[in-house]
Write a protein that binds this ligand. Structure first.
Ligand code: ATP
Length: 619
C-alpha cells in the first residue's frame, strides 16, 4: 500500500544535504511489562536507516480521525538517522555525536537536545546509567581527553558579547565569584525560560539586516542536534505522532533559518587589550576527527567570497523566505488544529445528537407510557363503573321482585273468590235496592193508613201496623248486618292499603339509598375524570419541557460554535512550536557546552521541564 507522504516534511535528497539541525530518532526497546502485553506493540516500523512508519493503533485518536476522513492512519517520517531498539549507548554516541563534538573541539558551539514523550528514553540517552554512559559523559570525556595537558586552570575568563571572552583581574574574579554564588542561590526562583531567550534570539535574527557584523548572534551559531526519543508502545501513539510531526517541521524550519551562508565562526578569547587570546583551529583536532580541517576551510571559503551587499541581499531573501516558511508552517499548524477542532466538534455534535435522540426517545416513551396508563385507568374505571351499575341494577331488580312477591303472597285473592265476592256484593246491593223500594212503598202506605185511621180506628189496622213494623225491623237488621260486613271489608281493605303503602315506602327508601350510591359513584367518576385531566396536563408539560430541552441544546450548539470561533481566533497570534524550537537553538549561543546540561541534581531537571512545559501544554 503506498504510504501517504507529508508534503514538505520530507528532506528531498539525503547524502549531500546541508543539515544545520540534525534530527536523530532513537526508538527504545520494549520494557518487560510492555513485552507481556502483545496488543500494545507494532505501531512503529523502521523501514530503513532514515525512515520510520507509524501505524495508528485502533484506539488512537489518529485512527479515529482517519476513519472520519481526517488525516491518515499510516505516516512515514524521515530523519538524519534512525537508531533502533538494539542500538547500544556507544553506537548511538558514535552515530549521532561525532560531528558535533568534533566541531566543538574545533571551536564551534553546539546544541544537543532531546525531545519525546515521557518515558521515551531521553534521560537514558543523555545521561545514561553508571554502567552504560549516555552522550553527555561520553562527550565530556572526549573533550577533556582532547585538551588533556592544555587545560587553562585559572577561572578568570568571562563571556563577553555572545561569543567573546574577557580576561578578569584577581579582584574582578572575586567579585564574579560572589556574584555567581548569589545567582546560584537565587537560581531556583529564576523562571525565565530558555524558550523566551531563544525566541528573542530568533526575532533579533529575523529583524536584523546586518548579519555580517562580528557581534551578531548568528555568528556564534554552531551545530545543532535534536534527538527524538520514542517508545513503541501503542498507548503513547498519539503523543509520539505529535513529536514526530513537530520534529519534522523543526528540521525543515531550522534548515530554512540556517542556510549554509550562516555557518559558524569560532569563538574568540579576548584579553584586556581586546586581542585574541586563544583560537581552536584545525591544528587542535585529534586524530579521530581527521576531516575537521576540510570542514573549517569550507565554511571559511563560503563566508569570505560573499560581499557585504551579497550578504545583505541574502539576509533579505532569507528573511522573506523565512516569513513565507513561517506562514506556511503556521497555516499548516492552523490547518491541523482546525481539523482536530472540526473532528472534536463533529464528535461533540454526534454525541449531542445521540443524547438528543435518547432524550427524545425517552420523552416519547414516557408520553406513550402515560397515555397508555391513562387509557388503561380509564378503561378499568369504566369497567368498574359498568360492573357496579350492573350489580346495582340486578340488586334493584331483585329487591323489587322480592317486594312484589311478598305483596302478592300477602294480598293474593284467587279470581273465583273475588268473582263470588263480587256476585255476593251485587246480590246484596240488589236486595238493598229491593228493600229500599219496599220500604218506600210501605212508608207511603203507612202515610195513607195514618190519614184513614184518624177517621176509623179498627183492629185490622193495628195488625197491619205490627206486621209492617216487624218487616221494617227485620229489613233494618238485615241492612245493619250488611253494613257491618261492608265495614269489615272496608277495614280489611284499608289495612291492605296501609300495608301496600308501607311496602311502597320501604321500596322508596331502598331506591333513595341506591340513588345516593349512584350519586356517590358519579362523584367518584368525576374525580377520576379530573385526575385524568391533570395527567393529560402533565403530559403536555412534559412536551413543553422537551421543547425547552431542544431550545437549550440549540443554544449550547451556538455557544460551542462561538467557542470554537473564539479559540481559532486566539490560536492565531501564538508563536507555536516553531518559536520554542528557535529559542532552544539560541540557548547555546550564550551557553558553553556542558554548562547546565544533563540532569544535574538541582538545576537541570528544573530547566529541562521548563523546556518541555510548553510542548506538554500543547500536547
Ligand atoms: N535505549 C534504551 N535501552 C534500554 N532501556 C532504555 C532505553 N531507553 C530508555 N530505557 C529505559 O526506559 C525507561 C524510561 O527512560 P527515561 O527515564 O530515560 O525516559 P524519559 O524520556 O527521560 O522520561 P521522562 O520524560 O519521564 O523523564 C528507563 O527505565 C530507561 O532505563
Amino acid at each position: 500500500m503506498p504510504l501517504p507522504r507529508q508534503p514538505g516534511w520530507r528532506v528531498p535528497a539525503r547524502a549531500k544535504v546541508y543539515e544545520p539541525l540534525k534530527v536523530f530518532l532513537r526508538v527504545r526497546p520494549f520494557s518487560i511489562a510492555e513485552l507481556e502485553s502483545h496488543d500494545a506493540q507494532g505501531c512503529v516500523t523502521i523501514e530503513d536507516a532514515q525512515t520510520v512508519i507509524l501505524n495508528a493503533p485502533k484506539e488512537s485518536s489518529a485512527m479515529k480521525n482517519s476513519e472520519r476522513g481526517i488525516g491518515h492512519a499510516v505516516h512515514s517520517f524521515t530523519f538524519s538517522q534512525v537508531f533502533g531498539p538494539e542500538t547500544t549507548q556507544s553506537e548511538f554516541f558514535e552515530g549521532s555525536m561525532k560531528d558535533i563534538v568534533r566541531a566543538y573541539v574545533n571551536g564551534v558551539n553546539g546544541l544537543v537536545f532531546t525531545y519525546g514523550v515521557t518515558n521515551a528514553g531521553k534521560t537514558f540517552t543523555i545521561q545514561g546509567t553508571s554502567k552504560d554512559l549516555g552522550i553527555l559523559p561520553r562527550s565530556l570525556d572526549v573533550i577533556f581527553n582532547h585538551i588533556s595537558g592544555r587545560h587553562y586552570l585559572k577561572m578568570n575568563f568571562k563571556p563577553y558579547l555572545s561569543n567573546d571572552v574577557k580576561k578578569l583581574e584577581d579582584e574582578q574574579v572575586k567579585q564574579e565569584e560572589a556574584l555567581k554564588t548569589a545567582i546560584l542561590a537565587s537560581l531556583k526562583e529564576e523562571t525565565e525560560s530558555i524558550s523566551t531567550t531563544i525566541t528573542n534570539f530568533c526575532d533579533a535574527k529575523l529583524d536584523s539586516s546586518d548579519c555580517t557584523s562580528d557581534n551578531h548572534p548568528s555568528n556564534s551559531l554552531g551545530k545543532a542536534c535534536m534527538i527524538v526519543n520514542i517508545n513503541q508502545h501503542t498507548s503513547t501513539y498519539d503523543e509520539t505522532l505529535h513529536v514526530m510531526k513537530f520534529s519534522a517541521i523543526a528540521r525543515q524550519v531550522i534548515q530554512t533559518i540556517l542556510p549554509k551562508n550562516f555557518g559558524y565562526f569560532p569563538p574568540k578569547l579576548v584579553g584586556g587589550d581586546g586581542r585574541s587570546l586563544m583560537h581552536f583551529d584545525a591544528n587542535t583536532s585529534v586524530g579521530d576527527f581527521a576531516d575537521s580541517t576540510e570542514t573549517s576551510a569550507e565554511e571559511e571559503v563560503d563566508i569570505t567570497i560573499l560581499s557585504h551587499e551579497d550578504l545583505l541581499k541574502a539576509a533579505e531573501d532569507l528573511k522573506e523566505k523565512l516569513v513565507a516558511e513561517r506562514q506556511s508552517k503556521l497555516l499548516l499548524e492552523v490547518k491541523i488544529r482546525k481539523e482536530m477542532a472540526e473532528a472534536m466538534f463533529r464528535q461533540l455534535l454526534e454525541t449531542e445528537e445521540a443524547w438528543r435522540q435518547v432524550i427524545l426517545h425517552s420523552a416519547l416513551r414516557l408520553e406513550e407510557f402515560h397515555i397508555n396508563r391513562l387509557e388503561d385507568m380509564k378503561d378499568s374505571y369504566e369497567e368498574k363503573l359498568e360492573s357496579k351499575f350492573e350489580m346495582y341494577k340486578e340488586a334493584i331488580k331483585k329487591h323489587a321482585y322480592m317486594c312484589a312477591m311478598e305483596q302478592i303472597e300477602d294480598h293474593y285473592v284467587p279470581i273465583e273468590e273475588f268473582l263470588a265476592e263480587q256476585e255476593k256484593v251485587e246480590d246484596r246491593e240488589g236486595k238493598i235496592l229491593q228493600l229500599e223500594r219496599q220500604l218506600d212503598e210501605q212508608s207511603r202506605r203507612l202515610l195513607a193508613l195514618g190519614s184513614l185511621s184518624s177517621d176509623i180506628p179498627t183492629t185490622e189496622n193495628n195488625m197491619e201496623r205490627d206486621l209492617t213494623d216487624t218487616t221494617v225491623r227485620r229489613a233494618n237488621e238485615g241492612l245493619q248486618k250488611q253494613c257491618e260486613e261492608k265495614e269489615e271489608l272496608i277495614k280489611s281493605l284499608k289495612f291492605k292499603i296501609q300495608k301496600l303503602n308501607e311496602t311502597l315506602l320501604e321500596a322508596n327508601e331502598g331506591y333513595r339509598k341506591m340513588a345516593e350510591e349512584n350519586s356517590q359513584l358519579k362523584h367518584t367518576i368525576m374525580l377520576k375524570d379530573q385526575e385524568m385531566n391533570s395527567l393529560q396536563n402533565w403530559a403536555k408539560r412534559v412536551l413543553e419541557l422537551e421543547e425547552t430541552v431542544s431550545s437549550l441544546q440549540k443554544e449550547l450548539e451556538e455557544r460551542k460554535k462561538h467557542f470554537f470561533a473564539e479559540e481559532s481566533k486566539q490560536q492565531k497570534p501564538r508563536r507555536g512550536l516553531l518559536a520554542n524550537l528557535k529559542s532552544t537553538v539560541a540557548s547555546t549561543a550564550s551557553t558553553p557546552l556542558g554548562k547546565g546540561w544533563g540532569k544535574h541534581e538541582e538545576a537541570s531537571p528544573y530547566s529541562r521541564k521548563q523546556v518541555l512545559l510548553p510542548h506538554k501544554a500543547k500536547e
